[in-house]
Design a protein around this ligand. Structure first.
Ligand code: SAM
Length: 290
């Protein structure tokens, strides 16, 4: 079929009409209709013909078409079966795209790379469904998967949180987790009128480049992340408060006090002022008391 690119809103409207498509709020469907933003995503993702791309949620295939032009191969995982006939139409001219009907949260990305990309690590690119942004990103970062970078459109506030430093308002467990596994780079702010339908929030494109080594050494990363979660579960209270309230950490109040004191910032220090390095030191102090 000789059709124009979907990034042209007229083409998007035409294809939606052709298939009588009804947007599903449940799946966070806001399709991109801005060519300038598409260009920003592609340049942030830094895709070449050498690359295998994993796209999460291709929608009607707007970004997929551009990714297929730029990449060696594109594997696109889409949950909504109503989009499958549309995708086989809009992507019919692209021999290097494979659409997989699945929920990305239930998908084995290592297997996907073996089956669809000859075991090559993926560059992940996506305009993410906002209702599951954090589980998708944390799943890709935590599980030691064949993924080298993640370039994604997310809610603006979430992008900000990912790159915040200690002491700022939006610094939290997500900032620490993302920065432990990756180097964040904010590539673009995106206003809400770049999507159809228009979402209620503004967006941003962020690139997370996976680190080959974490920036801090810690004996027990899972303990460190439990401490981080505990300390941010009670914002604007002291770190000690958060650790005591967590309950399931398995350390006495005395051990927790000793560990917090060892940071040299007093017992009234707040969790949101601690850097990744300090959480690692806290975690190692507790590991040493086991
Ligand atoms: N990439 C398209 C674009 O930019 O126009 C669509 C982006 S839209 C924000 C999010 C897409 O993710 C939708 O196509 C939606 O159906 C799909 N999606 C939602 N939840 C998903 C899941 N758990 N696994 C895979 N795809 C999902």
């Amino acid at each position: 079929m000789n059709m124009g690119r979907l990034i042209d809103p007229k083409e998007t409207i035409q294809i939606l009409k052709k298939y009588d498509f009804v947007f599903s709020k449940r799946y966070g469907q806001n399709f991109l209709i801005d060519e300038h933003v598409l260009g920003k995503i592609l340049s942030a993702a830094d895709i070449t013909k050498e690359d295998a791309v994993l796209e999460i949620g291709p929608g009607i295939g707007t970004m997929t078409q551009a990714l297929a032009d730029a990449a060696g191969s594109v594997t696109a995982v889409e949950i909504d079966e109503k989009l499958l006939p549309i995708l086989s139409d809009t992507l019919s001219g692209f021999g290097n795209v494979q659409v997989v009907h699945a929920d990305i949260l239930e998908t084995d990305v290592r297997q996907l790379s073996l089956e669809h990309a000859g075991g090559k690590p993926f560059k992940v690119v996506a305009n993410l469904p906002y209702y599951i942004t954090t589980p998708i990103i944390m799943g890709l970062l935590e599980k030691d998967l064949p993924v080298t970078s993640i370039t994604v459109m997310v809610q603006k506030e979430v992008a900000q949180r990912m790159q915040e430093k200690p002491g700022s308002k939006d610094y939290g467990a997500l900032s620490l987790a993302v920065q432990y596994y990756a180097e964040p780079y904010l590539a673009a702010n995106v206003p809400r009128n770049c999507f159809m339908p228009r979402p209620d929030v503004d967006s941003a494109v962020i690139r997370l480049t996976k680190r080959s080594e974490p920036p801090v050494r810690v004996q027990d990363p899972s303990l460190m992340f439990r401490l981080i979660r505990a300390s941010f579960s009670v914002r604007r209270k002291t770190l000690m408060n958060g650790l005591r309230n967590a309950g399931d950490l398995g350390f006495s109040g005395e051990a927790l006090e000793d560990a917090v004191r060892s940071l040299g910032k007093g017992l009234t220090v707040r969790g949101e002022t601690l850097s990744l390095r300090e959480f690692a030191a806290l975690s190692d102090a507790l590991s040493a008391m086991r």
